[in-house]
Design a binder for this molecule. Structure first.
Ligand SMILES: [Zn+2]
Length: 278
């Protein structure tokens, strides 16, 4: 008897849920369309007729897909990126590279350095190195002499540099100006710090006002690079203005990022807020 009553309850529940489901679907004019198509329609016309959440922004929702599945949370609660070899890999104060990540295709680009001897920081990943050579060549053809200062940086070397600074200035202070190990774009092999002779090859904000810095800002995207840490984007990138730090993302992304004056975070649709720097 109990069993029959149970089956009857299940049956009634099923009927009720089908009824509710029909009610829901009938209330929207887009009932037969797959979700993606419905979103597209929504973007193009009359969003007011469709019931959506108040803060729903279709463009941002679409962008978010670019980061889907690119990270996981480790035992300590840290976000670790998985698409380490992707030229669009996003590494910042929220997204860490694995400590043992070393790009497999590091090479020394054939560009001007202010020093002769080999150093790991001369290296970049092959695709980025080739693009850097083209960028430097194009600059030189216009009488602009750029110097490559620092490219690839291993996790161990970043840790060494961070520890020195933290010991001298304290953790908070160090974290403002030096990336925490695993959080430096230099570990990707896709970034290069660039300077010029008039600054004594130093990396400082004045580079943004030199002819070399201005040329770099206006032309880097043509070769697939972006100025990664812009002056007015500190609250998004989490880093101070660094007109000398260029990051390879490929020509398509670089063009869009340059033209829209956005950050890599915005381009990829990353909405995680960066820890505020004081
Ligand atoms: Zn840098």
């Amino acid at each position: 008897m109990k069993k029959r009553l149970f089956s009857l309850t299940i049956f009634l529940l099923l009927i009720a849920s089908v009824f509710v489901f029909r009610l829901n679907t009938e209330s929207t004019p887009l009932d037969d369309k797959p979700i993606d198509e419905a979103n597209l329609d929504h973007k193009e016309d009359k969003p007011a007729e469709i019931e959506v959440e108040k803060d729903y922004k279709p463009e941002e929702e679409d962008k978010e897909d670019l980061l889907t599945g690119t990270s996981f949370v480790d035992d300590e609660g840290k976000v670790i990126v998985k698409n380490t070899d992707d030229i669009l890999v996003l590494v910042n104060k929220n997204r860490n590279l694995p400590s043992d990540y070393v790009p497999e295709d590091l090479v020394v680009p054939n560009v001007r350095f202010p020093f002769e001897e080999f150093h790991e920081k001369k290296q970049m990943r092959k695709e980025a190195a080739k693009a850097l050579e083209e960028l430097f060549k194009a600059a030189e053809e216009e009488g602009i002499y750029l110097f490559a200062i620092s490219g690839y940086r291993s996790y161990e070397r970043q840790k060494y540099l961070f520890d020195i600074r933290a010991e001298r200035d304290g953790f908070e202070e160090a974290n403002k100006l030096t990336a925490y190990p695993g959080q430096s774009e230099h570990q990707t092999g896709l970034a290069m710090d660039v300077s010029c002779q008039s600054l004594g090859f130093d990396l400082n904000e004045k580079f943004g006002q030199t002819v070399e810095g201005i040329w770099l800002k206006e032309n880097a995207h043509r070769f697939g690079f972006i100025i990664r840490y812009e002056k007015d984007k500190v609250d998004i990138t989490g880093y101070s203005y660094e007109p000398w730090h260029i990051r390879y993302v490929g020509k398509d992304a670089a063009k869009e990022i340059y033209e829209k004056n956005i950050t890599l975070e915005e381009y990829l649709g990353d909405k995680t807020s960066i820890p505020v720097q004081k």
